[in-house]
Design a protein around this ligand. Structure first.
Ligand SMILES: Cc1cc2nc3c(=O)[nH]c(=O)nc-3n(C[C@H](O)[C@H](O)[C@H](O)COP(=O)(O)O)c2cc1C
Length: 415
């Protein structure tokens, strides 16, 4: 569990023109859902379906939203408090808000150049950015853009005794990455029907159908012209030089797959010297097991409803996981976050911070490179307003707020 000392992260100093632009964006797009609506209008259909679709008929996404909406927070009045800061310590480092960007594989399909824009916005605002291993920039380059806030997410590359996986860990370590995240919740490949129907092919290729679709979006095309077709460049050193897009996709299919076993988690624990987080935990017994192996934090998540629709919502699983691990692990919640109020709900239910995936892609789809910074502002301002309304002077005080959480799993539900 994190040190709760309040360390203030200095706010960036804005010029009057930047301040005016910030206010104008707040007036036009005050919520994540406003960004989603604009992204739907501006993006090619396939890009929007990739960023927005879930497993099956989106049942998991709908339940994530409904479960968060159902959580009520009870305010306490009768004291004067200054506008509270949103600063948050995570794994010994001060961030400006309890909000982060979750790992997204192949975000360049949704918006070419996404990784660079995320990294810049996160560094400027001092919030965590989790670069996914399946990304269009290398961990070394991401660390140059976001030296203070970079986290790195790894899938399982287990061939030859994890040669590639371990090398990626070493590269992340050398690059100064703050936190390593191992994703364990994709043991099977599942179907995201909207993505399939949109015509996206793997490896990404501008087929005639996608070209015609892309022609409807100058916004997407101009980012493609600037950034090129997305490739998984962190994996280049492990492939023969000049490997084609098709061959590199075949390489990823051969080398990456399955979910980390507990023995493998132990190996990565031994190799990685910094904070280690396991992403995908929904059962308290898995949470306890992870902590017993020396894992420092858990992402409580159902992968944003993108794996199968029947998984518990992360907000409903969270209290039992908190009860199981107590203060022995930092808890990050994701899946369904669309506002700073959702972030506050997550913290009041036991998390230390909340991350978002889809809404950061919507922000790019709506506003291009300016989108992620704007969304961070929306979430941060909203967290601060929520703290003030509830009578909390700090993010830490959210842990003491009275909560009504009708969908929460109880320990006894887990049998
Ligand atoms: C397009 C897309 C790609 C994703 N790729 C990855 C990935 O490569 N690794 C991973 O651990 N999670 C991945 N996720 C899941 C996110 O990290 C996160 O758990 C999820 O998006 C949170 O839910 P939200 O989208 O409702 O905010 C992906 C999510 C999206 C939307």
């Amino acid at each position: 569990m994190d040190d709760s000392r309040q360390v203030r992260v200095p706010a960036p100093v804005l010029t009057p023109a930047e301040m005016e632009e910030r206010l104008a964006l707040m007036r036009k797009f005050p919520t994540a859902m406003d960004l989603r609506a604009r992204a739907r209008r501006l993006m090619p259909n396939f890009a929007f379906e990739y960023m927005d679709g879930g497993a099956g008929i989106d049942g998991g996404i709908k339940r994530n939203w409904a479960a968060l909406d159902a959580v009520e927070l009870v305010p306490r009045y009768g004291k004067v408090i200054a506008p509270p800061p949103a600063d948050t310590m995570l794994f010994g480092r001060a961030y400006s808000a309890p909000v982060g960007i979750a790992p997204i594989g192949g975000p360049g399909t949704a918006f070419p150049g996404a990784e660079t824009y995320f990294a810049r916005a996160a560094q400027a605002a001092r919030v965590p950015y989790t670069l996914g291993v399946l990304s269009g920039i290398t961990v070394e380059d991401a660390a140059k853009i976001a030296p203070d806030v970079l986290w790195y997410q790894l899938y399982r590359f287990s061939n030859n005794d994890h040669k590639i996986g371990m090398d990626l860990v070493d590269r992340a370590q050398r690059s100064g990455v703050h936190v390593l995240v191992l994703t364990i919740d994709t043991p099977a490949r599942t179907v995201r029907s909207r993505e399939v129907k949109s015509g996206i092919v793997n490896p990404f290729k501008l087929t005639m159908r996608l070209r015609l679709d892309a022609m409807t979006s100058p916004h997407w095309l101009s980012s493609l012209a600037k950034n090129g077709i997305p490739r998984f460049v962190s994996l280049n050193p492990y492939m023969p030089p000049n490997t084609s897009l098709a061959d590199s996709a075949a390489f990823v299919r051969r080398e990456q797959g399955g979910a980390f076993t507990w023995e493998e988690v132990e190996k990565y624990r031994a190799r990685w010297k910094g904070p280690l987080v396991l992403k995908g935990v929904l059962h308290p017994a898995d949470a306890e097991k992870a902590v017993s192996l020396g894992v420092d934090g858990l992402f409580v998540t159902n992968h944003g409803g993108r794996q199968i629709e029947a998984l518990p919502t992360s907000i409903d699983a969270l209290p039992a996981i908190k009860a199981a691990v107590g203060n022995k692990a930092t808890l990050i919640l994701d899946s369904g976050i669309r506002s700073g109020i959702d972030v506050a709900r997550a913290i009041a239910c036991g998390a230390d911070a909340a991350f978002a995936g889809k809404s950061f892609l919507w922000s790019l789809g709506a506003l291009g490179p300016k989108g992620p910074g704007h969304l961070i502002n929306v979430y941060t301002d909203d967290v601060r307003a929520t703290l003030g309304q509830l009578g909390c002077k700090t993010v830490e005080e959210l842990h003491g707020v009275t909560v009504r959480h009708p969908g929460a799993w109880k320990m006894s539900d887990f049998g």
